[in-house]
Design a protein around this ligand. Sequence first.
Ligand SMILES: CC(C)(COP(=O)(O)OP(=O)(O)OC[C@H]1O[C@@H](n2cnc3c(N)ncnc32)[C@H](O)[C@@H]1OP(=O)(O)O)[C@@H](O)C(=O)NCCC(=O)NCCS
Length: 169
Amino acid sequence: MQIRDALDADLPGILDIYNDAVQNSTAIWNDKLVDLDNRRAWLAERREQDYPVLVAIDDHEQVAGYASFGPWRPHDGFRHTVENSVYVRSGQRGGGVGRSLMQALIKRARELHKHVMIAAIESENRASIHMHQQLGFIHAAQMRQVGCKFGRWLDLTMMQLPLNRTPHP
Ligand SMILES: CC(C)(COP(=O)(O)OP(=O)(O)OC[C@H]1O[C@@H](n2cnc3c(N)ncnc32)[C@H](O)[C@@H]1OP(=O)(O)O)[C@@H](O)C(=O)NCCC(=O)NCCS
């Protein structure tokens, strides 16, 4: 398996994984399926902002997963903090893809001198909470019933990873 920056050719694979998460999980709190143009615009925006989009490519040259980070909140004072997202194709989970993507993503964040990485995770997503804990993220907060999907309220677990010890911004 290879981890590298996403190419335009990876967009159909990214689209599949994204729409599967929309349709079948509470990992992402969107209800609407998107098309290729939507993912193309997302990738272009990330590139323009100098934020990475990484893909894991399996032995069949298929996208097994992807990970990215973007701004956490829009105001200037939050510019040293990023929020990550990570998705592994259903059927390829539990084999180390998510961890490898996240390790590469964290390295990128450190290279960009980001200070904190935030993960906002649906509170019943044990796999994601466990993986982030293993990567060094600590529990920051749990926010009750701040979302909804599939006709029920969702709680949000906030986790954070310190990326450097820089004493002043
Ligand atoms: C969460 C996700 C990214 C993890 O990626 P993965 O490739 O399946 O995970 P890995 O194989 O790299 O495992 C990482 C750690 O999580 C653990 N883990 C994986 N699946 C698990 C599960 N279902 N329950 C509990 N722990 C699990 C692994 O055991 C491993 O921990 P360990 O080092 O203590 O053994 C992946 O399952 C996924 O894409 N899920 C659907 C989308 C999603 O939830 N994205 C995150 C949104 S916040």
